[in-house]
Design a protein around this ligand. Structure first.
Ligand code: SF4
Length: 530
C-alpha cells in the first residue's frame, strides 16, 4: 500500500489560533518543524513526505525542513473549515477527541484540498496525516497504525491510536478520504458517536492501535507548534533527549505539574439574570469593569491559547459592555459566553454575529415547560429553544459557521426523563448539546445531582493545574466552586495569581493529599474534572 505522509504547517498560527512556534529551536538548535520531519522520515514503509503550508510560507518551510528529503512542498489555501475547527476544538484541545461535533485532533489539520492533491499527484493509496508540530511523534505507534491499515486493506477506513495530541497522526485510506471529501465531512465523524447511525465506538474496533490507559490519560498537548506545546516538549527533551519515545514523553509530562499559563478561565462579567433560577447559585456583586480586563489578562497573549468563558452567576449578555469584553478577551484565546437565552433578540443576535465570540452556551435546562418551570420563574422553554434556533440559523446565513451554539442542560432528577429528548433536539437544532452535572459548590449549594460522579478514590484536584475563575468584583479564585471567594487569590493579574504562592500552596496541599485542610476542597466532589 503506497502511503505518503502529509505534514501540515502554517508559520503564522497553530491550528487553533495560537502564535506559531514551528521555527523555534527545540533540540540542539533544530527547529520544531525539522524535528517533526526527521521523525516522520524514520517511519518505515512510507513512500515519501509532502509538506504543505500557505503559499507565502513556502520558502521558509523549505529552509526549516533543511536536509530532510521531501517529495514536494504543497501550497495550501485558506479554508473556512479552519475557523470552524478552531471553535469546535478549543475546549477539547487537550484530548485526542472530545471537541464539539465529534471533532478530533486529526481534524485540526485536515485539509481536504491538500489531501486530494497529494492523492492525485502521487497515486498514493493512503496518507499519514501529521501536524507540523508533532516533533515528539512516536515512530513505533505510527508504524503500528500503518501496519493495521495495510493488513485490513480495503476493509477498514483508517487507523489511529488514542495518543494525546501531538504524539501520533492518522493513517487513512484513499477511498475513505475521497468519501469524506465527497460528503463534506471530516475524519472525526468516523471516530465519534453518531446518534443517527450508532455503531460500536471506534476505540473498540480493530483499527485502533491499543495503548495503555495510563498513557491515554495524559491530559497534555504535545504539539510543539504553540508556546505552550513548545514549553512542554522542551521540558521533555531537556529531561529525556530528542529521541524520547511517546510512552516516556507521557510519563515525564505527568510529573511536570502546572503549565506556565492557565488553560481556561471562567470570567464572571455580571451577576445579573433575566429570570430567577434555583439551579445555579446567584451572586450579589457589581459588574466587572471592562477596563479591568487588560490588567487581568496581561501576559496571556504570549501563549494565545487560553479558553475564556464568560460565565459565573449571571447571564454574560446582560453586561452592558460584553462586546468590548469579548474584543479584549479574544487577544488571548477563544471566547465563549453563557446565557439563559431569553435575551437573544434580533439586535443581540446581530451583535453576537459581529463579535469575536465563538461559543454561545445557552442554559435551557429543559425541553418541556413543566421541567423548565420546576426551577425557573420567567421565560419559557419554548422561548429559549426558538432563540437557539434563530441564533443558529442566522449564524449560518451570515457565514459564521464557526459560531458554536450549544444548548446546555443541568442534569437533575426533574430533567432526567427529558435527557434523550434534549439530546436529540440539540443534535437536530445545532449539532450538539451539553449535559452538565450539578455541583454543590463544595457544600455551599443544595445537592441536586442524580448520581454522584466522583471516583471512589480521591486524588489531587485537576482544576488547580488547568484553570482559574474571576468573579465580577474582580476577585480571582482558584476554581468555580469558590462562589463566595472564601480563599481569594487577589485582584489584578491572572498570571500573577497563577504563579503566586497562594495557589502553589493549595496545589502542594493536594499533592500531599491534605485537601481536607482546605475550607472547600475537603467537601468538594469536583476534583476529578479538569
Ligand atoms: S477540589 Fe474542588 S474546591 Fe478544591 S480546588 Fe478543586 S474544584 Fe476547587
Amino acid at each position: 500500500m503506497k502511503t505518503i505522509a502529509l505534514v501540515m504547517a502554517d508559520l503564522d498560527r497553530d491550528a487553533l489560533g495560537a502564535p506559531c512556534t514551528l521555527g523555534a529551536d527545540l533540540a540542539a538548535g533544530k527547529p520544531v518543524l525539522r524535528c517533526t520531519l526527521e521523525r516522520v522520515s524514520r517511519i518505515a514503509d512510507l513512500a515519501g513526505i509532502v509538506l504543505a503550508g500557505p503559499a507565502p510560507h513556502e520558502g521558509r518551510l523549505r529552509e526549516l525542513a533543511g536536509p530532510v528529503r521531501l517529495l514536494a512542498v504543497l501550497r495550501t489555501k485558506e479554508s473556512s473549515s479552519r475557523r470552524i475547527m478552531r471553535s469546535a476544538r478549543a475546549f477539547g484541545r487537550y484530548g485526542w477527541r472530545g471537541g464539539l461535533g465529534g471533532t478530533t485532533v486529526f481534524d485540526e489539520t485536515y485539509d481536504p484540498a491538500a489531501a486530494m492533491e497529494v492523492l492525485e499527484q502521487t497515486g498514493a493509496e493512503a496518507l499519514l496525516l501529521v501536524a507540523g508540530g508533532a516533533a515528539l511523534l512516536d515512530v513505533g505507534w505510527a508504524e503500528a497504525m500503518l501496519k493495521l491499515l495495510r493488513e485490513g486493506e480495503g476493509r477498514q477506513p483508517l487507523s489511529f491510536c488514542q495518543a494525546p495530541p501531538g504524539l501520533a497522526g492518522l493513517a487513512i485510506g484513499a477511498t475513505t478520504l475521497r468519501g469524506l471529501v465527497a460528503g463534506r465531512q471530516y475524519p472525526g465523524r468516523l471516530l465519534s458517536y453518531r446518534p443517527g447511525g450508532p455503531v460500536a465506538d471506534a476505540i473498540h474496533q480493530g483499527f485502533n492501535v491499543p495503548l495503555p490507559d495510563a498513557l491515554i490519560a495524559t491530559y497534555r498537548r504535545f504539539a510543539a507548534d504553540s508556546p505552550r506545546g513548545l514549553w512542554l516538549c522542551g521540558q521533555i527533551v531537556e529531561r529525556a533527549g530528542a529521541d524520547v519515545d511517546g510512552a516516556a514523553a507521557c510519563r515525564i509530562a505527568q510529573s511536570l505539574g502546572a503549565e506556565p499559563w492557565p488553560r481556561e478561565l471562567t470570567i464572571e462579567l455580571t451577576c445579573r439574570r433575566p429570570l430567577e433560577d434555583d439551579l445555579r447559585p446567584p451572586g450579589d456583586r457589581p459588574d466587572l469593569p471592562v477596563e479591568s480586563l487588560a490588567g487581568l489578562l496581561a501576559g496571556l497573549d504570549e501563549p494565545g491559547d487560553v479558553n475564556i468563558m464568560f460565565g459565573g452567576a449571571g447571564d454574560a449578555l446582560l453586561h452592558p459592555h460584553w462586546q468590548a469584553a469579548a474584543a479584549a478577551a479574544v487577544k488571548v484565546g477563544v471566547v465563549g459566553v453563557t446565557t439563559y437565552g431569553t435575551g437573544l433578540d434580533d439586535s443581540t443576535i446581530a451583535a453576537l454575529l459581529d463579535s469575536p465570540v465563538s461559543i454561545v452556551q445557552v442554559n435551557v435546562d429543559a425541553v418541556g415547560e413543566p421541567a423548565y418551570a420546576a426551577f425557573k420563574r420567567g421565560g419559557s422553554a419554548a422561548q429559549v429553544w426558538a432563540a437557539i434556533e434563530r441564533l443558529f440559523e442566522r449564524g449560518r446565513a451570515a457565514g459564521r459557521e464557526d459560531l458554536m451554539v450549544v444548548p446546555a442542560m443541568l442534569k437533575t432528577p426533574q430533567t432526567l426523563e427529558e435527557q434523550d429528548e434534549f439530546f436529540e433536539r440539540s443534535l437536530k437544532t445545532t449539532g450538539w448539546g451539553l449535559f452538565i452535572e450539578p455541583s454543590t459548590a463544595a457544600g455551599q449549594w443544595p445537592d441536586r445531582a442524580v448520581v454522584h460522579m466522583a471516583p471512589p478514590r480521591r486524588s489531587a484536584c485537576r482544576r488547580l493545574e488547568t484553570r482559574l475563575t474571576v468573579l465580577s468584583d474582580g476577585t480571582i479564585t482558584a476554581c468555580e466552586e469558590d462562589i463566595h471567594a472564601v480563599r481569594p487569590l487577589g485582584k489584578g493579574s491572572i498570571l500573577e495569581a497563577w504563579r503566586a504562592g497562594a495557589l502553589a500552596g493549595l496545589r502542594r496541599l493536594h499533592e500531599d493529599r491534605q485537601w481536607d485542610q482546605d475550607a472547600l476542597c475537603g467537601k468538594c466532589e469536583e476534583f476529578h474534572r479538569a
